[in-house]
Design a protein around this ligand. Structure first.
Ligand SMILES: Cc1cc2nc3c(=O)[nH]c(=O)nc-3n(C[C@H](O)[C@H](O)[C@H](O)COP(=O)(O)OP(=O)(O)OC[C@H]3O[C@@H](n4cnc5c(N)ncnc54)[C@H](O)[C@@H]3O)c2cc1C
Length: 446
């Protein structure tokens, strides 16, 4: 089986970027965006679109050390999960963790050697899981996801990518009535935030939404406003192409540090290149905290690594995305085939991938989708950029308002990318953002 990960191989030819040259660095950039994942390219296109509307032309440069979508944006599950408004750090989660950890290939894994490194993050995660902070986090995510639903249609239209979007809904599937009942408080909370859904009971009723499932699945909840994209990598390419069409420069450069100077922020790249920028946006996914550190700021960013397998066309006739909440994985129609995966592994940025996790999720999927043809797949590992309270960091650096942070979107970076882009564009232009950004303050952890 083929393999790929955030940490392996160079970009495909289609995603290669020209290197940053002396010509690029000769002029000061108005905005330098570090990172060409879904968040970085969405920000670049949104800035360029706003310029086009008002007849202005900022010099916008996007820098990525590898190429387009070299991180989590390359192989994710492609879902716009606007109804996912509950932070992972939730009351009661700490009681469930030991059971998950007992299964070495279960929905959550922690590599023992990494425990000392991640202990401070886990402490903050635990503190964020109390009822009050959980309620505040839920309200903040609901507001962000509401904005995201509107902003995504604007971004897709600007990128000419609307036809890639499929609002076919999602089916959350349960193996017992007890498991379904345990999910009800979460659904009640979503109802309180205006999210529509419908409960479904019995294998025959479920089969009307998705034929071919195991009769062991006895209850489900259908969420109509959930959407998927044909292929998240192709979406990044489309957005980047639209940005380039609007004059955005996309360049290859590994940014090593940001150095504030009186006239500009100096973006120091490997090999000694220096780009002077009036504003810098840090959208470097799970690697963003290194750049914050170069400004003397500690942001507790970690990675929740995730795994999947993409099967070729014909693997299963899938009507819509399926979620298996009890097992921490989803099954998604992607790129004409089927992508199966999820799970969380806490092992940092440098440990090699453990593709037995992709295989374990595929084996589970075969149990629930008995007709699944599991041959010919490609296994992938990606690094979700995660803050302890499951909310992204959107806001200015502590000591320099010319540097804006846009990272830490965890499980929902694709979902929230267009909203983040509009919020960052507002901040960059000195306008009041559409949302109260205090819950997303990069400085909220002290
Ligand atoms: C298995 C899995 C499934 C997922 N499914 C979904 C889903 O269905 N829906 C959803 O909303 N989210 C999903 N996510 C989460 C989503 O993929 C991420 O939140 C999102 O892709 C993060 O985007 P990003 O642009 O912030 O970071 P990334 O996509 O990681 O991009 C960061 C970029 O920055 C570059 N970079 C890093 N450091 C530097 C540097 N120093 N200099 C220059 N460039 C640098 C990297 O090369 C990379 O290209 C999933 C994640 C995983 C792992």
């Amino acid at each position: 089986m083929a393999e790929a990960s955030d940490a392996s191989g160079g970009p495909a030819a289609a995603d290669a970027l020209p290197p940053l040259t002396a010509v690029d660095t000769a002029a000061t950039a108005d905005v330098a965006v570090v990172g060409a994942g879904i968040v970085g390219v969405s920000i670049a296109l949104t800035l360029a679109e706003r310029d086009a509307l008002r007849g202005a032309a900022r010099r916008i440069v996007v820098l990525d050390r590898e190429g387009l979508a070299a991180g989590a944006s390359r192989g994710n599950a492609g879902a716009f999960a606007f109804s996912d408004i509950e932070p992972l750090a939730s009351p009661g989660i700490v009681r469930r963790v030991p059971r998950w950890l007992l299964d070495p290939l279960g929905p959550l894994a922690l590599r023992p050697a990494y425990l000392p490194r991640i202990a401070p993050w886990l402490w903050r995660f635990w503190r964020a899981s109390g009822p009050e902070r959980f309620a505040a986090g839920t309200a903040a995510l609901a507001a962000l996801n509401r904005l995201a639903a509107e902003a995504t249609s604007r971004l897709l239209a600007a990128a000419g990518a609307t036809s890639m979007w499929h609002e076919n809904g999602n089916l959350h599937l349960y193996e017992s009535e007890a498991e379904w009942r345990a999910s009800l408080p979460g659904w009640d909370k979503r109802a309180g935030h205006g999210i529509a859904f419908e409960h479904v009971h019995g294998a025959a009723a479920i089969a009307r939404w998705q034929p071919g499932l195991s009769p062991a699945l006895v209850a489900a909840t259908f969420v109509p406003r959930w959407a998927t994209i044909d292929d998240p990598l192709v979406l990044v390419r489309r957005i980047a192409a639209a940005a380039a069409g609007r004059g955005v420069h996309l360049r290859r450069a590994a940014v090593q540090a940001l150095v504030p100077a009186p006239e500009a922020v100096v973006v120091l790249a490997a090999g000694g290149a220096r780009l002077h920028a009036r504003q810098v946006v840090v959208a470097a996914g799970a690697w963003s905290h290194g750049l914050a550190r170069s400004l003397g700021e500690h942001v507790p960013l970690e990675t929740e690594r995730g795994y999947n397998t993409t099967l070729p066309p014909g693997a299963f006739e899938l009507k819509r995305q399926l979620t298996f909440p009890g097992h921490g994985f989803v099954v998604t129609p992607i790129a004409g085939g089927v992508r199966i995966g999820g799970a969380v592994e806490l092992a940092g940025l440098h440990a090699p991938p453990d593709f037995a996790r992709s295989d374990a999720l595929l084996a589970k999927a075969r149990r629930f989708l008995p007709g699944l043809r599991a041959e010919g797949g490609t296994r992938w590992m990606g690094m979700r950029p995660s803050l302890p309270d499951s909310l992204p960091a959107i806001g200015a650096a502590r000591d320099d308002a010319r540097v804006l942070y846009a990272f830490g979107h965890g499980h929902l970076g694709l979902t929230q990318s267009a909203a983040t882009a509009e919020l960052v564009a507002d901040l960059a232009e000195g306008r009041a953002p559409a949302l109260d950004l205090r819950p997303f303050s990069p400085q909220r952890f002290g």
